[in-house]
Design a binder for this molecule. Structure first.
Ligand SMILES: Nc1ncnc2c1ncn2[C@@H]1O[C@H](COP(=O)(O)OP(=O)(O)OP(=O)(O)O)[C@@H](O)[C@H]1O
Length: 379
C-alpha cells in the first residue's frame, strides 16, 4: 500500500455498493425508532470513511445524527484514549480525515487500544450507549439515528468484544466491510447471534481498493502521527481561534506561556487507569502527563462507577508544599469546576511539543515538582 498522506487525496470515492448501503440506511423505517447502524470490518478497510458518508446521508432526513465513537486509537471526533457520544447536526465536509468536535458525553479509557482492559472498555461503551438510549429512545428528546463505528480488531479477544458489543446494542442494521484477504474478514452473516435468533438487516460491502486510475485507495495510516496531530489540535483549543499557531514550535511556546489553572490537590482524587502507583509516588507520576479531567457522577454499574470526562489536561507542574497542581486545558471553567477526578492513563504529551529546539519545556525540569516560580507559571 502506498505511504502517501491521506489528506493529499482530493476526494472520496463512493463505490455503488457503498451508495446503496447508505441509501438503504437513510430510507430505513423510523418506526418504532430511527436506525441504529453498526459499521464493522478489519483494520484500514474504510469503516471511518463509510461512517462519515453514512452520517451525511442520514442528516437530510433526521436533521441530527448520533455517533458513538468507539475507536480509542483513532477516534473520529475526540482526542486519543476517549470513547465518546456525539450529536452531529451539520454535514461533514472532510470525508477522508477525522475532525475534532465537541462531544455530548465522553469516557476516558486512557489507552490507544482496548487490549489492556477489555472489561473497562466495554463498560465505557455500554455506559455511553445507555446514555443514548435514556436520552434519545425514552421520549426525553426527539429520537435520533445512531452510527457506531467499531475498531478494526476483529480476531481473538477483539472478535469476542465485538460480539459482546453487538449483543448489547442490538443494532437494526449492521454494515460489514470486507477486504480481499478473506482470512482477515469477520465471519459472514450474523456471527454474534445464536442459531435461530432473528437479527438486523445485514449489509456486506467491499472495501474500495482502487480509483478510476487504478491507484490504491486504502492508504496505510500513520497512526502514531495521527494521534500526535490530534492531541496538538486538541491543545490548540486552549487559545482563542484568532491566534495563529501554525507550527508546533509556536504551540509549544504558547503552552509554555499560558497561565495554567491552579487545582488544589485536596479537591481531586487521582486514579491510575492502567497501572498501580505507590502513594508516595502519585504526584511524581502525574507530573508532565496528560490526564482525563473527570466528574464522578456516573451511575454505578457492576459495582463500579464510570465517570464522565470533561476533557484532557496537561499537568504542567506540581507544588507539593502548597498542595497545588498546575493544569493546562481547553476545558471551559464552568465544566472544570465540577472536575473531581484526575484519570491517568497512557496517553503521552506529543514529543513534538516536548522537543522543540530553543524552547525549554516547562514540563520537564527536575525541580518542577516542588518549586514553581511565579515567573514560570505567569510568563
Ligand atoms: N471510499 C474511499 N475513497 C477514498 N479513500 C478512501 C476510501 N475509503 C477509505 N479510504 C482511505 O483509506 C484509508 C483507510 O480508511 P479508513 O480510515 O476509513 O479505514 P478504517 O477501516 O476506519 O481504518 P481503522 O480500522 O484503522 O480505523 C484512509 O486513508 C482513507 O482516506
Amino acid at each position: 500500500m502506498a505511504g502517501a498522506s491521506p489528506s493529499a487525496r482530493a476526494e472520496v470515492i463512493v463505490p455503488p455498493d457503498w451508495a446503496a448501503a447508505t441509501a438503504t440506511a437513510a430510507a430505513a423505517s423510523s418506526e418504532p425508532a430511527p436506525p441504529v447502524v453498526v459499521v464493522c470490518g478489519p483494520k484500514n478497510a474504510g469503516k471511518s470513511t463509510f461512517s462519515r458518508l453514512l452520517l451525511n446521508s442520514l442528516l437530510p432526513r433526521y436533521g441530527r445524527v448520533g455517533y458513538l465513537d468507539t475507536d480509542v486509537g483513532q477516534p473520529e471526533f475526540s482526542p486519543p484514549g476517549c470513547l465518546s457520544f456525539h450529536v452531529v447536526d451539520e454535514a461533514l465536509t472532510d470525508l477522508l480525515n477525522p475532525t475534532l468536535r465537541e462531544c455530548e458525553r465522553c469516557c476516558f479509557f486512557g489507552d490507544i487500544s482496548s487490549k489492556r482492559d477489555p472489561e473497562t472498555y466495554l463498560n465505557c461503551l455500554f455506559h455511553l450507549y445507555d446514555y443514548f438510549v435514556e436520552k434519545y429512545r425514552s421520549g426525553a428528546s426527539e429520537p435520533l439515528p445512531l452510527i457506531v463505528n467499531t475498531p478494526g480488531w476483529v480476531k481473538g479477544a477483539g472478535f469476542d468484544m465485538l460480539v459482546e458489543m453487538l449483543r448489547y446494542i442490538c443494532p437494526t442494521i449492521v454494515v460489514q466491510i470486507r477486504i480481499s484477504a478473506q482470512s482477515k474478514n469477520l465471519p459472514d452473516g450474523m456471527f454474534w447471534l445464536d442459531c435461530g435468533q432473528t437479527g438486523p438487516n445485514m449489509i456486506n460491502i467491499d472495501a474500495p481498493f482502487h480509483d478510476a486510475l487504478n491507484r490504491s485507495l486504502l492508504i496505510q495510516k500513520d497512526s502514531y502521527g495521527m494521534r500526535e496531530r490530534r492531541l496538538i489540535e486538541y491543545f490548540k483549543q486552549c487559545f482563542p481561534s484568532d491566534i495563529s499557531l501554525t507550527t508546533n514550535k509556536e504551540l509549544a511556546y504558547g503552552l509554555t506561556s499560558l497561565p495554567p489553572y491552579e487545582v488544589s490537590i485536596s479537591d481531586v482524587m487521582v486514579i491510575h487507569l492502567h497501572c498501580q502507583v505507590p502513594p508516595s509516588e502519585v504526584w511524581h507520576s502525574l507530573n508532565a502527563t496528560i490526564v482525563g479531567l473527570a466528574i464522578s457522577c456516573g451511575t454505578i454499574e457492576a459495582g463500579r462507577s464510570i465517570p464522565w470526562c470533561a476533557g484532557l489536561g496537561i499537568i504542567r507542574g506540581i507544588d507539593v508544599q502548597r498542595g497545588i497542581l498546575y493544569v493546562i486545558t481547553p476545558v471551559p471553567l464552568e465544566h472544570l469546576q465540577r472536575v473531581d477526578l484526575l484519570l491517568q492513563g497512557l496517553i503521552e504529551i506529543p514529543k513534538s511539543l516536548l522537543q522543540v529546539r530553543g524552547c525549554v519545556s516547562p514540563y520537564m525540569p527536575t525541580n518542577v515538582l516542588h518549586r514553581i516560580s511565579e515567573r514560570d507559571i505567569n510568563t
